[in-house]
Design a protein around this ligand. Structure first.
Ligand SMILES: [Zn+2]
Ligand SMILES: [Zn+2]
Length: 137
């Protein structure tokens, strides 16, 4: 059974990947706050190309990361749920939004990015912390 399976809020977009997740990172950047409507995003890095859509298709917002390169933010065109980001400055990976996973029991972030723009009430977990990137996700 695929570890990585999920959908958007309305269920129109359903995806799966047979790959093992490579990294789980929190991102406190202002763009992730805007896009998620929350304090940070939870991103699961998986090999680009391993993600298959079972139903539906995402729409893309071409954002720009701090590197100046594009961050393609894919979302459900019907309900607006963010599904994944494709960060051009970090090739080979895409970043799934962990809140869209069917099973989140295995999700354990190991790094927190963009802590300098974290909301003041957020207590960072005891994991590697970066004031800024490696790259905006
Ligand atoms: Zn949807
Ligand atoms: Zn971010």
């Amino acid at each position: 059974m695929a570890k990585i399976e999920g959908s958007c809020l309305c269920g129109q977009v359903q995806y799966a990947s047979m790959a093992e997740p490579l990294v789980v990172a929190l991102c406190n950047c202002t763009h992730c706050q805007k896009q998620s409507g929350g304090a940070f995003s939870v991103n699961v890095g998986i090999p680009k190309g391993s993600l298959k859509f079972e139903t539906g298709q995402t729409q893309v917002f071409a954002d720009r990361g701090s590197s100046g390169q594009a961050v393609y933010r894919h979302f459900c065109p019907n309900c607006g749920s963010p599904i994944f980001s494709d960060v051009v400055s970090r090739p080979g990976l895409i970043w799934l939004k962990a809140g869209t996973l069917k099973d989140t029991s295995w999700v354990k972030p190991t790094m927190s990015l963009w802590c300098e723009s974290a909301q003041s009430w957020v207590h960072q977990p005891d994991i590697q912390q970066f004031r800024q990137g490696p790259a905006s996700v």
